[in-house]
Design a protein around this ligand. Structure first.
Ligand SMILES: Nc1nc2c(c(=O)[nH]1)N[C@H]1C(S)=C(S)[C@@H](COP(=O)(O)O)O[C@H]1N2
Ligand SMILES: [Mo]
Length: 325
């Protein structure tokens, strides 16, 4: 019999962001008065280095009714388990990640396998800015101006063969850069490393699926997945793998890190679906973390496919989305 790991996302994590951001606001206020360092605010010098600007024209086809999430929230309230399981860990710890030099291997069932240096990869197609909502499985969401180009542009370049049915994404494995990958550092078991995610080929080729290299007019902060990640806006956030080193076209459905950890909780498809609850909490509503004060986070109804149903529902016609969660 398989020994099932304990579920990793704790139910407490789905309600604690108010408290968390209140503490941030308190620290920021204290800093204005007398210096955060004197108060022992957690900061890692490496994560504070100014980021290079990355300009891209906004694509007006991808807009959101809500204003963007404050940059401060989008870069200090993160899930990136390679840096630890707490929301503040990535911003605090991400200075150890070195996003240059960086190579991305694109391989598998393709006519032209190739390794791209990150600086060539960025130039493969025109960069554009798209405002997408990203809905975390923990029932919060953010509105972020991402910068990138459709993943399809990269995939077409390597010429997928008829055997390619799925695309597998693999995050860097390097305990020197990702402290939580060090064995024995944590008393509980987290995910199996490296982080692996996957999409069906048609999902990966869909024009909404963005190969992402920046946000808010800058290159990606380390804690958001530098130097390159995907953003798949109609799926729960964990499908959007960060700090990718390998993209492999395969014939079988990849085994993802979250499925291995808790298959009853995190399915392969993970399309945002208010009608299908997570076993431990509802997915019917979410808190959208926007620009407002903490007290203004609005709970809103979660939309099927996170509001992108018009564009993607047809990918799943005839499929039982309760079964393929
Ligand atoms: N490699 C890796 N990618 C990851 C994660 C992770 O822990 N490791 N967390 C995922 C989850 S759960 C979410 S919600 C998004 C968060 O992206 P953001 O921090 O840029 O908002 O990243 C996803 N990508
Ligand atoms: Mo998430």
């Amino acid at each position: 019999m398989l020994i099932r790991r304990a579920p990793i996302f704790r139910s407490s994590e789905i309600t604690d962001e108010r408290l968390y951001l209140n503490r941030r606001a308190f620290i920021a206020g204290a800093a204005a008065l007398g210096g955060a360092l004197a108060l022992g605010a957690p900061h890692d010098a490496g994560a504070e280095a100014p980021l290079a600007e990355l300009k891209a024209a906004r694509n007006p086809k991808f807009a959101q009714p809500d204003p963007p999430t404050r940059y401060e929230a989008a870069t200090t309230y993160n899930n990136f388990y390679e840096f630890g399981v707490n929301k503040e860990d990535p911003a605090r710890m991400a200075g150890s990640l070195k996003p240059r030099p960086w190579a991305v291997q694109v391989e598998g069932h393709v006519g032209k396998p190739r390794t791209f240096d990150i600086d060539e990869l960025i130039k493969l197609a025109p960069l554009e800015e798209r405002v997408y909502a990203l809905r975390c499985v923990e029932a919060w969401s953010m509105v972020i101006p991402w910068i990138g180009f459709p993943l399809a542009a990269l995939l077409k370049r390597v010429e997928p063969t008829g055997q390619a049915k799925f695309v597998e994404f693999t995050t860097l494995l390097d305990p020197e850069q990702f402290p939580a990958q060090k064995k024995g550092l944590f008393s509980f078991s987290s995910l199996e490393w490296p982080y692996v995610e996957g999409l069906r080929l048609d999902e990966a080729m869909h024009p909404l699926t963005l190969l992402t290299v920046g946000m808010y007019g800058k290159v990606l902060p380390n804690q958001n997945g530098a130097p390159v990640r995907v953003v798949v806006p109609w799926k729960y956030g964990f499908k959007s793998a960060k700090s990718i080193v390998r993209i492999r076209l395969v014939s079988e459905q990849p085994k993802t890190a979250w499925e291995k950890a808790a298959p009853q909780e995190y399915g392969f498809y993970s399309n945002v679906n208010p009608a299908v609850s997570h076993p431990r909490w509802s997915q019917a509503t979410e808190r959208r973390i926007t620009e407002g004060r903490i007290s203004e986070f609005r709970r809103r109804d979660t939309l099927p496919f996170n509001g992108y149903a018009d564009q993607v529902a047809s990918l799943y016609s005839g499929m039982d989305l309760k079964k393929y969660y």
